[in-house]
Ligand binder design. Structure first.
Ligand code: SF4
Ligand code: SF4
Length: 474
C-alpha cells in the first residue's frame, strides 16, 4: 500500500487514497464541531491557506451560522487579494482529433458521429483575427490528444502563429495551453514558445474511477497524467493550472485531492498552482451527465468555491461558460478571479458560422452571451473587467508572482492594468452602452488607486490610449 508523502514524485503517494479517505472521515466526524470549525476559521482569516483536512472540515460544516461565516470570509479574502477585478479569456479549439476514450467527452476516439477537424495555420489566423476583433487578449488553447494529427510541433507552430498576428489594434498577449500530459522535453518546448499557464485538468483524483473513465488511449495511465505538473515544473514552467471535472467522482473526494495536489506542488517546487478551475460535467453529443451519479448542487458548488478561496487564497480561480449566468453571478464574489466570455467550444467556431452543428461542441454552453454582453454585465455589477496579461510578460511568474501576491503587492499592478486594458477594450471594440458604462466605472475606479503617482500616471496613460497608444502596463 502506498504511503502518504506530500513531497514524493509518485502520484499514489502525494495523492494518497488512504489519506483522502481518512480526511473525509475526519471532516464528517467534525461537521458539527463548533470549536474546531471556529479555530479553522481563525486560521483562514490570516490568509495563509488551510490544509486539505481543515478545508474539508469547513466544506462538511453543518452549522448554519458558521457556514455564513465561511461565505463571508471567502468574500473578504476575495476582495483583499483580487478586489473587484475579473480577468477575461477565451478558449481556442485547434483540433478535436483524439485517441483517448474519455467517457465524459464527445471527442473520444470511438465517437464516429462528430465531424473531426484540425485547423490549418491559415484557419488559425482567421480564428485569431475573429478573437482579436471581439477584444480578447488572453487565450486558452485546446486540442485533443493525437500524436499523428496534433503532434507537439503542430501546437508549437500554432502558438507562434497566434502570437504573430497583429490585426488592427489587436494582439493576443498570453496563450495558456491546455494539452494532454506530455514529456518533460515537450514541456521545455512549450516554455520556449512562451506559453502563459500550462493547464491540465486531473478530471478525477480517484485512481480506480480514473481508469474506468479513461478505458483506452495514453490518458488511461493515471500516474503519468497525475505527475504531469511535476514534469512541467521540472521543465521550468512556473505557472500551472489544476482542476477537476466535478461530477465524475464524489465532489468530496475531488475537493480533498485537488488541495493535496496544490500542497504537493508547493512542497516540492515552493510554488502552488497558479490557477484552479472548477468545471462541472455538462451534456454533449454522446454524453449524458446523468450517467455520472455524482452531480453537484449549485449550493454545494458555491460552497466548494468559497472553501477553496479560504484554502488557497492567492491562487486564481477560473469558471467557464459551462456554467449559467446565474451560477457565475453567485460565485464571482466568493472567489472566482477569471472567467471566459463569448466562448466557442467548436473547432473553427469564431471565424465561421458553424452554429450548433450536431456534436461539434466539446460541451454545451450554459452562458451563450457575447463578450460585450459579459463585459457590460460585469460592469453593471460593479466588477472591473480586465484584459490584463502583464505579469508573465514582465517575468512575474511562479514563486516570484506568489510572493508578490502574498505580500499584497499585486493589487498595485492589477488595478491600473485592469483600468488600462478595459479602456483599450472600450475604445476599440465595445458597444456604445458598454463604453458608457465602462468609462463611468473607470472614473470611479481610478480614484481608488492609493499611490498618488500611480494614479496620476494611470490618468496620463488613459489619455495616451485614447490617442491611439496600446499595450501600456505596469
Ligand atoms: Fe480527448 Fe480531452 Fe476529450 Fe479526453 S477530454 S476525449 S483527452 S479531448
Ligand atoms: Fe493578472 Fe498580473 Fe495583470 Fe494582476 S497584473 S491581472 S496578476 S497579469
Amino acid at each position: 500500500m502506498a504511503k502518504y508523502d506530500v513531497k514524493s514524485n509518485n502520484a499514489e503517494e502525494f495523492i494518497n487514497h488512504e489519506e483522502i479517505l481518512e480526511s473525509l472521515d475526519y471532516g464528517r466526524e467534525h461537521k458539527n464541531d463548533r470549536k474546531l470549525i471556529k479555530e479553522i476559521l481563525e486560521k483562514a482569516k490570516k490568509a495563509h491557506g488551510l490544509s486539505h483536512r481543515d478545508a474539508f472540515v469547513l466544506l462538511s460544516c453543518q452549522e448554519e451560522d458558521l457556514n455564513e461565516e465561511i461565505f463571508s470570509l471567502a468574500k473578504k479574502l476575495k476582495e483583499k487579494f483580487y478586489g473587484n477585478r475579473i480577468v477575461l479569456f477565451a478558449p481556442l479549439y485547434l483540433s478535436n482529433y483524439c485517441v483517448n476514450g474519455c467517457l465524459y467527452c464527445p471527442y473520444h476516439a470511438k465517437n464516429k458521429t462528430i465531424p473531426r477537424r484540425k485547423l490549418s495555420q491559415d484557419e488559425i489566423r482567421k480564428e485569431v483575427i475573429a478573437l482579436q476583433d471581439l477584444g480578447h487578449k488572453r487565450l486558452a488553447l485546446e486540442t485533443g490528444e493525437d500524436p499523428v494529427n496534433n503532434p507537439i510541433d503542430y501546437v508549437l507552430e500554432s502558438i507562434k502563429t497566434i502570437y504573430s498576428i497583429k490585426h488592427k489594434n489587436g494582439s493576443i498577449r498570453r496563450v495558456n495551453v491546455n494539452i494532454a500530459a506530455t514529456t518533460e522535453e515537450n514541456y521545455k518546448k512549450l516554455l520556449d514558445a512562451e506559453i502563459g499557464t500550462y493547464i491540465l485538468f486531473q478530471e478525477t483524483y480517484n485512481k480506480k474511477n480514473y481508469e474506468l473513465l479513461h478505458p483506452t488511449g495514453p490518458k488511461h495511465d493515471y500516474n503519468y497524467h497525475t505527475e504531469s505538473m511535476d514534469r512541467a515544473m521540472s521543465a521550468g514552467i512556473n505557472d500551472v493550472g489544476c482542476g477537476v471535472l466535478f461530477g465524475l467522482q464524489s465532489y468530496e473526494y475531488e475537493f480533498v485531492g485537488l488541495l493535496m495536489h496544490a500542497e504537493h506542488l508547493e512542497a516540492r517546487f515552493n510554488c502552488g498552482p497558479h490557477t484552479i478551475s472548477v468545471p462541472r460535467v455538462q451534456p454533449a453529443d454522446d454524453i449524458d451527465p446523468n450517467e455520472f451519479d455524482n452531480s453537484l448542487s449549485d449550493e454545494m458548488f458555491e460552497k466548494i468555491v468559497a472553501c477553496l478561496r479560504l484554502a488557497v487564497p492567492y491562487t486564481g480561480m477560473i469558471i467557464s461558460t459551462r456554467e449559467s449566468k446565474k451560477v457565475r453571478e453567485k460565485v464571482l464574489d466568493l472567489g472566482i478571479s477569471q472567467i471566459s466570455g463569448g466562448s466557442k467550444t467548436t473547432v473553427g467556431g469564431y471565424s465561421e458560422d458553424i452554429g450548433d452543428v450536431e456534436g461539434s461542441n466539446q460541451f454545451e454552453l450554459a452562458d451563450n452571451r457575447t463578450l460585450d454582453e459579459v463585459v457590460d454585465w460585469l460592469l453593471n455589477m460593479d466588477y472591473l473587467p480586465s484584459f490584463c496579461t502583464a505579469c508573465y510578460r514582465e517575468g512575474r511568474v511562479g514563486k516570484d508572482f506568489m510572493k508578490i501576491v502574498k505580500d499584497h503587492g499585486i493589487g498595485n499592478m492589477c488595478q491600473p492594468n485592469a483600468i488600462l486594458t478595459l479602456d483599450e477594450y472600450l475604445t476599440d471594440y465595445a458597444s456604445e452602452k458598454t463604453r458608457k458604462d465602462g468609462r463611468a466605472l473607470i472614473n470611479r475606479e481610478i480614484e481608488k488607486i492609493q499611490n498618488p503617482n500611480l494614479r496620476a500616471n494611470t490618468k496620463k496613460w488613459l489619455d495616451e490610449i485614447r490617442d491611439g497608444k496600446r499595450d501600456i502596463h505596469v
